[in-house]
Write a protein that binds this ligand. Sequence first.
Ligand SMILES: Cc1cc2nc3c(=O)[nH]c(=O)nc-3n(C[C@H](O)[C@H](O)[C@H](O)COP(=O)(O)O)c2cc1C
Length: 177
Amino acid sequence: MSVVVTRNPPSIDPAVQRQVFGALPTGVTAITGLTSDGAPRGFVVGTFQSLSLDPPLVTFCVDKSSSTWPTLRCLGRFTANILSTEQLPVCRALSRKGEEKFRGIEYEESPLGTPRIPGAVAWVDCEVLSEVVAGDHYVIVGSIEELVAGQGEALLFRGGKFGEFTLWPTPASDGKA
Ligand SMILES: Cc1cc2nc3c(=O)[nH]c(=O)nc-3n(C[C@H](O)[C@H](O)[C@H](O)COP(=O)(O)O)c2cc1C
């Protein structure tokens, strides 16, 4: 595990940092794993991203206080379930604390043995490749082992609220020089 060294931090107000970055919409992704005794574990992130095409890599950031990440780290694999607008209840359940949060949530096992939650926009099955300590978070890099597109619209999060993407009407001049 490598560590990002930072210079003396300037006095940035965390509330302002939250407000500024809260204006930037993110997707909502459930990171899930299955323990050796068959118990599903998971938590929600807004930081899941594609990182590299060659080789195919993804990344997300997890708070050091996460109680689920240490389990998934040991398992060494996870599925990133990109949640759809139909899956707000899944988001709410998995963003709680506690081992019971998967109760009532259905899943299917991926070829990697990780939980895929039906109804997601996509499932990305990954092996944990590396982890970097960065301040109060870990930055996780995963290598993509399998990638499946589902259906529906991605659930979005901005400023503490959930929503969906709205396309602008295409102006008549679009596509014309
Ligand atoms: C929309 C949304 C996005 C979130 N993004 C992150 C994130 O990127 N990283 C993170 O560590 N926690 C994030 N959280 C908070 C975690 O989901 C929450 O702390 C989680 O339930 C921790 O549970 P655990 O202790 O079982 O890991 C997010 C929560 C929500 C609702």
